[in-house]
Design a binder for this molecule. Structure first.
Ligand code: F6P
Length: 536
């Protein structure tokens, strides 16, 4: 049974050993490390599924890795991995199991949690999704006037948006079955207006995706979309043009969507881990059920590796430990994700939620304030665009920014003369960051190098590879949360702003001027200015 750790991680012998070890490495350059060990690349790169991960350009030696692995063992990483897969309530502040891995369970293999076969439940929903997705794609599911659906609009936010949006874009080359798949998330009316302004309601299907079905942005957008539809086609059209994805049948019903048109999931799926639940319905419609299954198989292969590989060969564990190494022992406060694939333009946004909503915490599982740094700021943009924007800082700035460079050996387009150039840039950047080029005569042209990267290389960006990539990051984030002794699966930090916004929205629209006495002077002045500006 899972027990929260009792010794703060920074008071362990293993942490102290890493503090001392970091001091010994501070003056060592990556050039020296490569010169000293001809087998370095072989020892510090390995494969999981189709992913090849070269982590040799990190500021580590074999001793560092040994010490980090010891830290993982002390933190209880193996036990926590088992507890997660066993469905224990490791999300302690919400008293919930964390079972996104069961969303990719193989068909026909029971996965029992508290006497319930969760794998069977998962496959029932996947089958219902596939029937529906096929119906939309082949034209059996028509709109209220009998016309075929041409556009699918997913309305959701955060975990109910970023995953399907990122993956639909990532896999756009695999075709969207002749459908236009759009995403609306922001409560800014521009978002829904621009998504709908050129659409024909008779050919438009809305998927309202919300785990809670209580998120104000999603419900506001869904109401506007509903009004747009019913103004043109009447109330009765809703049944053919709106489906819901949620864990709350009651709220779906209250919103006015028939639960016969609802696809469910479970509270043991965290929002930012829900792409491969029914939240992925828009993606499944876009790429088709077989490709969606391939993506799930990709997730599963990394899950299997994560669960079974020894810590020192376990890639999500190693990547997590490298992040801990830089964040806690080298003072790095951010991590760049640099995909060399234009279709992965939304990957960083997706990983920002995955990582920063999971590990942006400062309270331990024991309810204490952490005495160490936790999750990094995750940022980045696809190469080569980023090279002409912020790479200057990566190469010559004063900050240490560990980075992941992600690339694919084969392009998923047929435009000649581009892909080799793209890949050459990826490889060149990793080389330049690590080894630099000295120029003592012209210091402004001096590249000191010694900037760490991981290179993740796969044959091609396919659904399976995308699943592998996401699972790699999911488990990396999990490992780091275990070491930092935090709950990576809650998100209480988003609550306060939501509560205040509700009050403030009322104050902005109130007939008579509120006294704003519950607010500080700055907030009150801003609110008065907005109200006055509205009147003028
Ligand atoms: O931003 C907070 C959050 O709760 C996320 O964790 C979640 O992914 C998002 O809002 C959307 O929530 P829901 O799916 O319930 O609408």
């Amino acid at each position: 049974m899972f027990e929260p750790p009792t010794t703060p991680i920074d008071r362990t012998r293993q942490w102290a050993a890493l503090v001392e070890h970091a001091k010994t490495l501070k003056g060592t350059h990556l050039r020296d490390l490569f010169d000293a060990d001809p087998d370095r690349v072989g020892a510090m790169s390995s494969d999981v599924g189709d992913l090849h991960v070269d982590w040799s350009k990190n500021l580590v030696t074999a001793e560092t890795v040994g010490l980090l692995v010891e830290l993982a063992r002390t933190a209880g990483v193996p036990e926590r991995i088992e507890a997660m897969f066993a469905g224990e309530a490791i999300n302690t502040t919400e008293n919930r199991a964390v079972l996104h891995t069961a969303l990719r369970a193989p068909r026909g293999e029971p996965w029992m949690v508290d006497g319930v076969d969760v794998a069977e439940q998962v496959h029932e929903v996947l089958d219902a999704m596939a029937d529906f997705a096929n119906g939309v794609r082949d034209g059996h599911w028509t709109g209220a006037t009998g016309r075929r659906i041409r556009t699918v609009v997913n309305i959701g936010i955060g975990g109910s948006h970023l995953g399907p949006e990122m993956a639909a874009q990532a896999l756009a080359s695999f075709g969207h079955g002749g459908l236009d798949v759009r995403f609306v998330s922001n409560v800014d009316g521009n978002d829904v207006w621009w998504a709908l302004h050129d659409l024909d309601p008779a050919e438009t299907l809305f998927i309202v995706s919300s785990k809670s079905f209580g998120t104000v942005e999603t419900l506001t957008n869904a109401r506007s979309a509903r009004a747009w539809l019913t103004d043109r086609l009447g109330e009765a059209a809703v049944a053919r043009h709106f489906v819901a994805v949620s864990t709350s049948a009651q709220r779906v019903r209250e919103f006015g969507i028939d639960t016969a048109n609802m696809f469910g999931f479970w509270d043991w799926v965290g929002g930012r881990y829900s792409l491969d639940s029914a939240i992925g319905l828009s993606l499944m419609i876009a790429i088709g059920p077989p490709a969606f299954s391939e993506m799930l198989a990709g997730f599963r292969s990394v899950d299997e590796h994560f669960r079974t590989a020894p810590l020192a060969q376990n890639l999500p564990v190693l990547l997590g430990l490298l992040g801990v190494w830089y964040g806690n022992f080298w003072g790095a406060d951010s991590h760049a994700v640099l995909p060399y694939d234009h279709h992965l333009a939304r990957l960083t946004a997706y990983l920002q939620q995955l990582d920063m909503e999971s590990n942006g915490k400062s309270t331990t599982l024991a309810g204490e304030r952490v005495g160490w740094q936790t999750g990094p700021i995750v940022w980045g943009q696809p190469g080569t665009n980023g090279q002409h924007a912020f790479y200057q800082l990566l190469h010559q700035g004063t900050k240490l920014v560990p980075a992941d460079l992600i690339g694919f050996i084969h392009p998923n387009h047929e435009v000649a003369g581009h892909h080799d150039l793209l890949l050459a840039n990826l490889v060149a950047q990793a080389e330049a960051l690590a080894f630099g080029r000295r120029n003592e005569a012209e210091p402004h042209r001096d590249f000191e190098g010694n900037r760490p990267t991981n290179v993740i290389l796969a044959p091609m960006l396919t659904p399976g590879v995308l699943g592998q990539l996401i699972a790699l990051y999911e488990h990396k984030v999990f490992v780091q949360g275990v070491i930092w002794q935090i709950d990576s699966f809650d998100q209480w930090g988003v609550e306060l702003g939501k509560v205040l916004a509700t009050t403030i929205a009322d104050e902005l629209t109130a007939e008579s001027e509120p006294d704003f006495s519950d607010h500080d002077a700055s907030t009150a002045a801003l609110l008065r200015r907005i109200r006055a500006g509205r009147r003028s």
